[in-house]
Design a protein. Structure first.
Length: 166
């Protein structure tokens, strides 16, 4: 297992997760929450986003006001001019450090989350208050490693929880 300190770069995993840990169904989010989308936009605006190829393709375009960094083993993957492709998460994080980014958000999908849990400084998880049908899951949050730092929101639909490494 590779562990890399964030240095001055804060590495944050951001995700919306159902009560049964589903985050996707056939490459799509199996629910629509405009409030969570607003939270995602407000939180990530101005910072780079790291995501896998399938997540990028499900979004369909780079998100405005954020640099999009895609993880793909295909070095010839065709992307818009303002999107960058990296072979590994570590390469994308090194790029963010070279740009002196304050923080970076890792935003999916399932494999990217699984491979970056040990690299993250924080988890910013929208915990949906329902089970969802799906085939893509968020990794279990190990309570021996992660502490709840703060609950940022709590409503009928979801709560937003900020976890920090112990």
């Amino acid at each position: 297992m590779i562990t890399v300190s964030g240095g001055n770069l804060k590495i944050i995993i951001i995700a919306a997760v159902s009560a049964n840990f589903v985050i996707g169904n056939d490459e799509k989010i199996p629910w629509h929450s405009s409030e969570d989308f607003k939270h995602f936009k407000k939180t990530t605006l101005g910072f780079p986003l790291i995501m896998g190829r399938k997540t990028f393709e499900s979004i369909g375009k780079p998100l405005p006001g954020r640099e999009t960094l895609i993880i793909s083993s295909n070095s010839n993957y065709n992307v818009p001019e303002n999107v960058k492709v990296f072979p590994t998460i570590i390469n994308a994080l090194d790029y963010c450090r070279s740009k002196k980014s304050e923080k970076v958000f890792i935003c999916g999908g399932g494999t990217i989350y699984k491979n970056s849990m040990n690299l993250a400084d924080e988890l910013l998880i929208t915990e949906m208050k329902f089970n969802a049908k799906g085939n893509i899951y968020f990794p279990k949050i190990n309570k021996d490693i992660w502490n709840v730092q703060e609950v940022l929101a709590d409503n009928e639909e979801f709560k937003i929880v900020n976890y920090k490494k112990k």
